[in-house]
Ligand binder design. Structure first.
Ligand code: TXE
Length: 498
């Protein structure tokens, strides 16, 4: 029995969860504990599922897909369930935000904002369920009529990371559900709680049993088994490029399941001398510090016009110093804890490499002591050259590398000098420069004189090694469908055998 918790302080004891199959909690025989990265105390206990547990979850999803209890409903009925889920999420917003903060370390105010975005994802998914449609060809001659049907692809495996456990989940689940698919979700082992709680919400909203299932535990065992599973028709993976690559191998070696991949980023923010420098500096500070830089679309490469570079870096550093790094349960905190010990070590390692390779440390570069948690100050390096590790690798922390340029062509070349292509931002008052850069920089998401803006109507995904496919909005729903061409003879038949 879990003790009641106040949503403003730490739980008196870790909350115990089962895993979620067929709209029921299943008790795990082997539980593992998660410490709050912001406080260093245990907050949740979650089952370490076995491959048998995973197989049972896939079987439930398969049965729910084949019995058409979900795919056979009208778009309006599916949309109705998604709208009820949005309403229930609204009612449980503070509770979901609380567990998200405890497992991930992000600030509570940010987490609440993310849940609002998740509610919007469900509402958008509800509309998409009603609007999903195919096409027709009335141009095949009087004797033939052509229809193009969109059908749900089947059972989807969904593997999610720890940086936005609930947000990334909700940028996918409503759209997978809108398409009529069923699914098995494997959240990151360090942030499972809110993915499990969504099971309760969806069941209460009227989702049939077996449509949404969650198994928890290790990526290397059940995550890998999900990627290799012969009865999973599509896999949506968000995480590291290395595991993304192993998903491609697993799909090829099993059943050629379709893949959606959202992987790393090393995203440019280009600042021209003619931009409103104060606005651009605010955008740059936010773009690298939001979610402690543990964000696939964080703007981690500042590319600033040389004539204003020094002035801009000074304005930016002053802003970065003012960012409130603190206990994620406090309302005023803007930057919380680093989510995992491994990530903390990786970020500090990159900071040391930046110094050793000759970049100039302008601000930050050190840990911040707050209780038993792990925190790093927003960090800016200047004079970064293209060959340095902090210029090339995804750091996934609050560390910004600044480059200087003289011409539009040079800015574009630096921006494109990466294997990634997830997001980019450009700041200028000149529309020609803004649109030239937007057209020429290879990235799946672009911001002009803003950063991180968007809504669930807009597709998400990357160019180059940042991934395959698009999530969210109608583009997202369509990813989870396949197309069937139907030919209907409506005239006099011409026989083959004379
Ligand atoms: O990711 P992993 P990690 C990047 C970021 C970060 C690095 C490592 O640079 O520093 O990746 O993070 C599951 N088969 N991003 O190690 O391992 C795992 O359980 C199947 C960018 O945590 O890729 C979790 O659910 N699944 C990124 C998920 O994969 C496996 C977000 C992601 O974990 C698996 C996160 C396997 N063999 C990290 N091994 C982004 N694009 O936002 C692990 N997993």
């Amino acid at each position: 029995m879990n003790s009641p918790v106040s949503l403003r302080s730490l739980p008196p004891s870790p909350r115990e969860f089962g895993f979620w199959v067929d709209n029921r909690w299943v008790a795990g025989s082997d539980l593992f504990e998660r410490n709050s990265p912001g406080h260093g105390v245990p907050v949740t206990r979650v089952p370490r599922c076995s491959v048998d547990d995973l197989n049972a979850a896939v079987a439930a999803a398969r049965r729910a897909f084949e019995d058409r209890s979900w795919a056979g409903l009208s778009g309006a009925e599916r949309g109705g369930v998604l709208l009820r889920a949005a309403e229930l999420l609204r009612q449980r917003r503070d509770e979901i935000a609380y567990w998200e903060v405890l497992e991930n370390g992000k600030p509570i105010a940010q987490a609440r904002g993310e849940i609002d975005h998740c509610i919007a994802c469900f509402e958008t998914g509800a509309g998409a369920a009603r609007l999903l449609h195919g096409d027709s060809f009335n141009s095949l001659g009087d004797g033939l009529f052509g229809m193009v049907l969109r059908e749900p692809i089947g059972v989807v495996g969904l593997i999610t990371p720890w940086n936005f456990p609930f947000l990334i989940l909700c940028e996918r689940v409503p759209f997978i559900l809108a398409s009529g698919c069923t699914m098995v979700v494997k959240p990151s082992e360090v942030t499972s709680a809110t993915t499990l709680l969504l099971g309760e919400i969806l069941a209460e909203a009227g989702l049939p049993a077996g449509v949404y299932n969650v198994v928890t535990g290790s990526g290397r065992t059940i995550g890998q088994a999900l990627t290799e599973h012969p009865d999973v028709d599509m896999l949506s993976f968000t995480g590291s490029t290395a595991v993304g690559r192993s998903c491609v191998h697993a799909a090829a070696d099993s059943n050629f399941k379709k893949l959606g991949l959202e992987l790393g980023g090393k995203n440019p923010i280009i600042v021209f001398a003619d931009s409103y420098l104060d606005d651009a500096a605010d955008g740059a500070a936010f773009g690298i510090s939001f979610n402690t830089g543990q964000c696939c679309v964080s703007s981690s490469r500042l590319i600033v016009e040389r004539s204003v570079a020094r002035e801009f870096e000074e304005i930016l550093a002053a802003k970065m110093k003012k960012i409130v790094v603190g206990d994620p349960l406090q309302d005023e905190t803007q930057v919380g804890a680093i989510t995992t010990d491994a990530q903390n070590a990786t970020i500090m390692d990159f900071i040391e490499k930046g110094k050793a390779e000759g970049a100039e440390l302008i601000t930050g570069g050190q840990t911040v002591e707050i209780g038993k948690g792990q925190y790093i100050a927003p960090t800016l390096f200047s004079g970064v050259t293209r060959s340095m590790s902090i210029a090339k690798d995804e750091i996934f922390g609050p560390v910004l590398s600044s480059f200087h340029f003289d011409t539009v062509e040079e800015a574009i070349a630096i921006a494109n000098d990466t294997v990634y292509g997830l997001a980019a931002s450009v700041w200028t008052k000149n529309i020609d420069k803004a649109l030239t850069v937007t057209r020429r920089v290879r990235a799946g998401r672009f911001w002009v004189n803003t950063i991180m803006a968007g809504g669930p109507e807009m597709p998400l995904g990357g160019f180059k090694q940042s991934g395959w496919g698009r999530e969210a909005g109608m583009y997202g729903v369509e990813e989870y469908t396949q197309v069937k061409s139907v030919h209907v003879e409506i005239g006099k038949r011409s026989h083959w055998i004379k």
